[in-house]
Design a protein around this ligand. Structure first.
Ligand SMILES: [Zn+2]
Length: 426
């Protein structure tokens, strides 16, 4: 009897050892499933969430159930309180959960997978955060960022870049209510509306794959079209983010916005800059400064009636509007000059000593001169987007030329390595 027990035990030990060995040899890892928190709505008085299989509302802190299982839940804010289907709560945040988190649940009629956290923002209104599994999130990003008609290899690059980007953001957002927003502030995420069988296939084929450098997940910026060459991250973000360096990109030639033009009135430029804190007078000239062979502008030198100002090109783009100045790769041409009388106070010397305009007790005279100043500037540019990391149209071009997704990723993110999510250091 005793012998049998020992035999059984040793048999179990052997079996367990074999399983462990098998797992180690196959490199199978049981990484924790990753959930992404995506901010969908920010300033609402009421939201409606629907699922035909029923929903549960729970207080986010105590996890107490607020309702049974209605198909529709309306969350409202009234006089500083959250109401769930007219039931007053003392909750600041509530979870609205369906029976299966991979199934579709509608937010104000728009379908998403996962579940929702609804709660106060800092203005006392409601914000809605979608909790969605990493791979479901990536399918929804593909739908927002690229066309399913693009070659599969370029869609795979997009899946890996989008997955890496959000994994990087997860390392930065631990103390925040959400990890990413659902627009170009991070990545365009449109939930179930964007999914297609082809996107689902691509997500599965690249499942868990992310890019790392030295074992660390990197911030894989990407953009629509680089206009012939990508940019060092420092030139755009004023700091080195993810060690991304500019590379040549002949693959996006002929893509939408490969070249663009925009006219801006001098007064409009001045008004917008002043509104953003720049002390700018009447603008006389604008001169772009670029660096390196790729001709991406680093900053603009603006001469005006108060002096000279320098504006970082990506900041200029933000102030004028990302759809107005589509990239930081542009030339500026002054147009239609008019005569402008520029008046300046000049300090007059006293007792043979030259005074500055700030000198106390000095006397001044006004000196004016006529200047020819442009009424507007014409911007002639190339590409769309910040220009850092992968060029989406370039990735499409490389795929059409026969490169596979790994080769494409290595072109735009040189020095990186494809790793499984969960095996990175940070
Ligand atoms: Zn390109």
């Amino acid at each position: 009897m005793r012998k049998t027990t020992i035999e059984k035990r040793s048999f179990l030990i052997k079996i367990t050892s074999v399983i462990i060995l098998f797992v180690l040899l196959c490199g199978v890892s049981f990484a924790k499933p990753v959930t992404v928190r995506v901010a969908l709505l920010h300033n609402q008085y009421a939201v409606k969430i629907s699922n035909s299989n029923g929903l549960t509302a729970k207080d986010a802190y105590e996890l107490k159930k607020i309702t049974k299982s209605p198909k529709n839940i309306v969350v409202k804010v009234y006089k500083g309180k959250i109401y769930v289907n007219k039931i007053q709560t003392n909750s600041k945040f509530v979870y609205i959960v369906s029976k299966n988190i991979h199934h579709t649940t509608y937010l104000n009629g728009v379908p998403y997978r996962g579940y929702y956290l609804v709660g106060f923002n800092n203005r006392g209104r409601l914000q809605v955060i979608n909790y969605v599994s990493l791979e479901d999130y990536i399918a929804g990003v593909l739908g927002g960022e690229v066309s399913s008609r693009w070659p599969a290899e370029s869609l795979k690059t997009q899946a890996v870049a989008a997955r890496t980007y959000v994994m990087y953001k997860l390392t930065q957002s631990k103390d925040k209510v959400y990890d990413v927003v659902n627009d170009t502030g991070d990545q365009m995420y449109i939930g179930v509306r964007g999914e297609s069988a082809k996107f689902r296939r691509v997500v599965k084929q690249t499942s868990s794959q992310i890019l790392t450098r030295g074992g660390n997940v990197i911030c894989t910026y990407y953009h629509s079209n680089c206009g012939g060459g990508t940019s060092d991250s420092w030139n755009v973000f004023k700091k080195d983010r993810g060690g991304l360096t500019g590379v040549k990109c002949p693959y996006c030639a002929g893509a939408p916005n490969s070249s663009w033009g925009k006219t801006l009135y001098t007064d409009t430029i001045r008004y917008r800059l002043k509104k953003n804190g720049y002390n700018i007078g009447k603008i006389f000239s604008m001169k772009p400064y670029s660096k390196g062979k790729l001709k991406r502008i680093i900053y603009l030198e603006i001469k005006h009636s108060y002096g000279t100002s320098y504006v970082f090109a990506s900041e200029f783009r933000r102030i004028m509007g990302y759809r107005t100045i589509k990239s930081t790769k542009f030339d500026v041409y002054p147009k239609r000059y008019i005569t402008y009388r520029h008046t300046k106070k000049i300090a007059v010397s006293r007792g043979g000593v030259a005074l500055t305009s700030s000198a106390i007790g000095g006397t001044f005279r006004s000196a004016s001169k006529k200047l020819q100043v442009p009424t507007y500037f014409y911007f002639s540019g190339a590409g769309w987007g910040h220009g850092v990391g992968m060029c989406q149209w370039g990735a499409r071009g490389m795929a059409l030329d026969g490169y596979n997704y790994k080769q494409i990723l290595m072109h735009y993110y040189p020095g990186t390595k494809i790793t499984k999510a969960g095996e990175e250091k940070n």
